[in-house]
Write a protein that binds this ligand. Structure first.
Ligand code: C5P
Length: 245
């Protein structure tokens, strides 16, 4: 497994567990991380996570974006880590009390023998516009809010933040290099953008300081997912060769 493979996260946005397992079997020799989101987890639950692991997934990001009262989030994070996730996330908008409890939940699971799991905070959803933030009563640009929320997450002891690639460099600058950045919205120059509006190529995203690149459809909708993943890994290994059209 190359260093780039350990930083590429394939989003398993499938509507059956069998389809996700098929993808994992095709990709497990190439890619280090697989993301199980709300759709797949709602359909298949902890058994789905176990089967994704059994299909060959080395690392699993359980992308359930918890946002609730602090005690509920602590217990949910603990459960997610005990289920076997290697990365879990919460919404930073849940506040410092909630994020502090989330860290406790992760640590409780580790104390019970679970693997050390990365705990990251979702900052501004990349779908949010300035207008929508104003409707929520938030007087900040999406970028300012993302950096502010990442700083809060770092102070609460979380390991990193999910943001658009555009904010990753600012987040790294403020929260430090060890604070990891996880970024969807990554598109190789040769792939369709689909519904992602603000995209960067894998090479550009790495240059901005992104640690984990989340890529779905350019790989999962490809006729040859392993070849598409290899192509992205090659771009990650030599970023200078890739620029967005
Ligand atoms: O297919 P695509 O590469 O667009 O998939 C991106 C993945 O990242 C999806 O699972 C999507 O839900 C997730 N995501 C995102 N933007 C965010 C947060 C998560 O695209 N802000």
């Amino acid at each position: 497994m190359t260093l780039a493979a350990d930083r590429l996260v394939v989003a398993l946005d499938t509507d059956t567990l069998e389809a996700a397992e098929t993808l994992v079997k095709k990709l497990a020799g190439t890619v280090g991380w697989f993301k199980v989101g709300k759709e797949l987890f709602t359909l298949s639950g902890p058994e789905g996570v176990r089967r994704i692991r059994a299909a060959g997934a080395r690392k699993i990001f359980l992308d359930l974006k918890y946002h609730d009262i602090p005690t509920t989030v602590r217990r949910a994070v603990k459960a997610a880590v005990l289920v076997g996730a290697d990365m879990v996330n919460v919404h930073a908008l849940g506040g410092t009390g909630m994020m502090t409890e989330a860290v406790k939940g992760r640590d409780e699971a580790v104390a019970q023998g679970a693997n050390r799991c990365l705990l990251v905070a979702v900052t501004t959803l990349t779908s949010m516009t300035q207008q929508e933030l104003m409707e929520l009563g938030i007087d900040a640009t999406p970028r300012m809010l993302a950096v502010h929320l990442a700083r809060m997450a770092a102070r609460c002891g979380l390991d990193g933040a999910v943001s658009s690639p555009q904010e990753a460099a600012d987040i790294k600058g403020i929260c430090g290099d060890r604070f990891v950045t996880v970024t969807p919205g990554v598109r190789p120059a040769w792939a369709a953008k689909n519904d992602q509006a603000r995209v960067m190529t894998p090479g550009e995203a790495l240059a901005k300081g992104c640690d984990y690149l989340v890529v779905g459809r350019p790989i999962t909708a490809s006729k040859d997912p392993a070849a598409a993943a290899q192509k992205i890994l090659a771009e990650m290994a030599s970023p200078a060769s890739a620029t967005q059209k």
